[in-house]
Design a protein around this ligand. Structure first.
Ligand SMILES: [Zn+2]
Ligand SMILES: [Zn+2]
Length: 595
């Protein structure tokens, strides 16, 4: 009570008189979820029946009776009857390129479900019919591991249907793509063109470019010619993907590698009240000290996590740097040779064994990380290869030793193949500095698992995404899709964490073994509680507990009780963000009413 009372008896009397009035004005709860099977993901993984929230904050978790008694009989209170269905915290994806992916889905040629080169060519042909000669046609999502021909799409394939338009089709990994001859010509890429230092121009037996270009420095001469996404397209892309996220029970995402245009789109949607997803971004830091300083200036112009805009809807969570390339393109920086088809060593066009390469000068990388660290900016580094990952964790350890700054939570993005050394360093970083967290994509084992099996081979494959080892060492990690590398639905990652199964089984369904699989309880934690830490929101989301936000996903089955293969088929029935229903499946058996 705000007023001063001098006599305690008078105070008691006043309180007794005011209490009913206050209760009427300020009900204990404005929303209750009842008759559920609620997996809270709290410290003891407890299961509840009911939840009450007020103004989007959870105020009570317990049995139906406990929650109803707490909430009282308040007119106007919303009631969601789960009819026994399972609820979890809203899922968190700590690595998904949602803005870019949404734009691709809306405006590009979609190739992620293509099963042959002919099908890809046919889709490009259909798009060409809709545009004028000379106009760009772009697409994304192809993966030779899923094509019957098991080979790259080439310029020659595309030239047959696109002689008068430039075409660029990005591979599902985002680390390589194919241009047709029209586009190669515009970019001046000919047989004479030398490979850039951190990129590869794929060539045929006679040394002519096939159209496939790997990593930014090789792709950039083509991709920089593509007309940029307009601000309105960016906004539409985000709104599109937001709907998909809600329909999959995902309520928070870390969008890495963004620039001002992405931020502005998020911000304008937030200002209009249209951003109903929690988004935390990593700014593109480039590969030079100059680009790092530019990113720093952008970061300094906005509030920094854990501060947020729109009550934890939009957060600036640090920067992204690429240490190396991809496992699919065999451009990741590794200690042992990349393999072709899982057996023979891959050899570069200059005849040497291919062990990939760094995307940034390792010493420059160190300076970039030092710069950000000393400014208190969290760093997320893309590291696919074991050699890249060692360099990244050692750099984090170095800058923390130089100037300790606990709580920046520097992360290792992908962290496919940690060495024993990297494991050791991560244990220390997490314990001493609250840093060194792997942001993993178990779904890689599935969606690009066949090309992974081909590139890593059977021996290394056993240690890919070693979740069980991380768990046994006490290393926390968080889950993600790396959308559009893999589909955005987190149920796939939950499933892949437990199943370690490839999409096509080209090298058997379990070329990575089962030793490193974890159970669904652990997998869920990596997409909820542990994920929230990497968004600096661990006190607000990630578990269903009193004082956390009412970000809740409701499912058609109990993920703790179903056989593993069904986890992939989970269907989201309803999604709430801050207690607001942002998605309800058309045939949902969950009912809502107002008291
Ligand atoms: Zn990456
Ligand atoms: Zn990524």
């Amino acid at each position: 009570m705000s007023m001063h009372c001098k006599l305690s008896s008078a105070c008691a009397l006043l309180a007794a008189l005011l209490t009913p009035i206050l209760l009427a004005q300020r009900p204990n709860a404005d929303l209750v979820l009842l008759h559920g099977h609620i997996l809270t993901a709290d410290g003891s993984d407890s299961v509840a029946q009911a939840i009450a929230s007020r103004h989007g904050i959870i105020v009570k978790v317990g049995t139906d009776a406990e929650v109803l008694e707490f909430a009282g009989n308040v007119p106007g209170m919303r009631i969601i009857d789960l009819h026994g269905h399972t609820a979890t915290p809203g899922l968190i994806d700590t690595h998904a390129h949602i803005a870019e992916g949404g734009v691709e889905e809306l405006y590009g040629v979609k190739l992620s479900d293509a099963t042959s080169v002919a099908e890809i060519v046919a889709r490009v042909k259909a798009k060409i019919a809709l545009v004028k000669p000379g106009e760009w046609v772009t697409g994304s999502g192809w993966d030779e591991g899923k094509l019957t021909e098991r080979r790259y799409v080439t310029a020659a394939d595309l030239d047959a249907v696109a002689p008068n338009n430039p075409v660029w089709l990005m591979h599902t990994t985002g680390h390589y793509g194919v241009a047709n001859s029209f586009a190669l010509k515009l970019a001046h890429i000919t047989g004479d063109a030398a490979d850039p230092t951190a990129g590869t121009i794929d060539r045929d037996a006679r040394g002519n470019p096939t159209g496939v270009l790997k990593e930014d420095s090789a792709m950039e001469p083509v991709t920089r010619l593509i007309p940029p996404t307009t601000p309105e397209q960016m906004r539409q892309g985000i709104l599109y993907i937001q709907k998909v996220l809600h329909s999959e029970g995902i309520t928070a995402v870390k969008d890495p590698d963004i620039t001002q245009v992405h931020w502005d789109a998020y911000k304008s949607l937030l200002d209009e009240g249209q951003l109903k997803e929690r988004v935390c971004v990593l700014w593109h830091a480039g590969a030079t000290l100059e680009s790092a300083r530019k990113a720093l200036a952008e970061i300094k112009s906005v509030p920094r996590a854990p501060a947020s805009l729109g009550s934890d809807r939009l957060l600036s969570c640090g920067v992204k740097i690429y240490m190396d390339g991809s496992g699919g393109a065999r451009t990741g920086w590794v200690y042992e040779d990349w393999l072709l088809n899982g057996t023979r060593p891959d050899v570069t066009s200059s005849g040497v064994a291919n062990r990939g390469y760094p995307q940034v000068d390792p010493m420059v990388y160190q300076q970039m990380v030092r710069l950000f660290h000393q400014e208190g900016v969290p760093v997320g580094t893309h590291a696919v290869g074991d050699r890249a990952m060692d360099w990244v964790v050692d750099t984090y350890a170095l800058v923390e030793q130089e100037q300790p700054h606990a709580g920046l939570r520097h992360s290792i993005i992908h962290a496919n193949l940690p060495t024993p050394h990297a494991l050791e360093v991560m244990v220390n970083l997490q314990k001493k500095y609250d840093a060194g967290y792997p942001e993993m994509q178990p779904g890689f084992l599935w969606w690009i698992g066949d090309i992974y099996a081909a590139s890593y081979g059977p021996k290394r494959g056993q240690h890919l995404e070693p979740l069980k080892t991380l768990l046994s060492r006490g290393i926390l990690w968080s889950g993600g899709s790396d959308y559009f590398v893999t589909p955005v639905a987190a149920r796939y990652g939950l499933w892949a964490s437990t199943a370690r199964q490839t999409a096509k089984g080209a090298y058997g369904l379990h070329p990575f073994g089962m030793t490193e699989a974890v159970d669904i309880h652990t997998a869920l934690r990596s997409y909820t509680a542990w994920g929230s830490r990497q968004m600096f929101l661990e006190n607000k989301i990630g578990t269903l507990e009193v004082s956390k936000k009412a970000d809740i996903a409701i499912w058609d089955r109990d993920l703790y009780a179903i056989p593993t293969d069904q986890i992939k088929k989970l269907k989201c029935l309803m999604t709430l963000v801050d207690g607001e229903i942002v998605y309800s499946s058309p045939d949902s058996p969950v009912t809502t009413s107002v008291r």
